[in-house]
Design a binder for this molecule. Sequence first.
Ligand code: AMO
Length: 442
Amino acid sequence: MVSQLSPLPDGPVTVAGWVETVRDQKKVQFVILRDESGAVQLVNPATRDLEDDATPEQQAAAALTETIGTLAHGTMVRVTGELKHDERVKLGGLEVKVGTLEVVSEAIAETPIAEDSSLDKRLDWRFLDLRRPEANLLFRVQTTFEHALRSYWVERDYIEVHTPKLMASASESRAELFEMEYFETKAYLAQSPQFFKQMAQPAGFGKVFEIAPAFRADPSFTSRHATEFTSIDAEISWIDSHEDVMAMQEQALVAAFTAVVEKHGAAIEAAFEVSLSVPSLPFPRIPLAEARQIVADGGYEIPRTDGDLDPEGERRLSAWVKANHGHDFVFVTDYATGIRPFYHMRREGDGSITNSYDLLYNGTEISTGAQREHRVDVLIEQAKEKGIEPEELEFYLDFFRYGVPPHGGFGMGLARVLMLMLGLGSIRETTYLFRGPTRLLP
Ligand code: AMO
């Protein structure tokens, strides 16, 4: 690894990676060699125009010069040479004088993408796009973030579940359902592990989490929607209200942000010009009606008629929270029954409000959570009210007929968290391979 060269003393080394650039001057050649850990300058005194009586060494040197002169960007090479520490060298004060250079895998000379290529073009060539150091860092941040969440839950005795992604029914809006032939019947791709993470509660699992794909047949092309995304879900038993779910989620996020800041804070600042800090506890909480008023007072009329915030409303609310509470996160609570799914528990004494919330981060929704309705008769009524025939959901309703503790949980989009954490413009950047209405390749 290139990064392992630095502490080595001057002397013989072997290093491998891909060619970033070649500067082929008359008397000397410079190659920038990169791997995922960094870049190093290779140097080779050029040997050209040999006399007829050239020695075998001179012929080998001329062959090396010719090889280096034809190296295309991206070519994979293995090099042996002499390492020299020299402060004048820009890339980390290191230089390797080439002894031998083996071309391990040639690259086509014309690279299909450049720094100024459109995002769509870069996604066409995602494996080349991912060679950018910032992209590599991004997925290291993702690894740390996910790992820290897993650790947080595992240390607290959660069980990790893997729910099926082939389903017999919708769990969220039917408008966003992928339907497929399934032998003699139809199947649907899971929009969320919702039903099956809830199933863990009557199963006596108590606390579960899952990090897995979710699918939405959403034809939108916004910067925050994908047709397949990684959903981080958790569900816990014996809660008093959604407040317990929010408390668990904010603590898990603080643990994950702490890990990311500790491990990558400086690199994130250098690559993305974002000074990431660990959010303070508790995150602010604002009921939806109040949130709408704050946005209205700020001079923005939310065009949606269903009572929810729209993306501009979310941005404005977050800006207000930042200015007034100094916080990047805000829980918007108390969503109206009309804009929530049938399985959300409604407020005791006020059926127009649910025990639910959305979590906004840097201006965008990253998560939805709620206490679930666990009383089967109430659940059936709420399903009917939303136009869902209880017969379609018998398997789910059965979960609530044999004893079930009060419970709740949340779902959170991984790519959205990363996009907002690193100040990037789209989840297309923060998804390893993005899937949208017009993208199934690569
Ligand atoms: P919801 O539908 O709000 O809730 O989804 C939860 C979170 O998942 C992410 N998300 C998406 N990310 C990318 N592309 C999409 N098309 C997309 N749709 C959703 C968002 C969103 O906040 N079952 C509930 C969760 C629960 O109550 O536990 C649910 O799925 O970050």
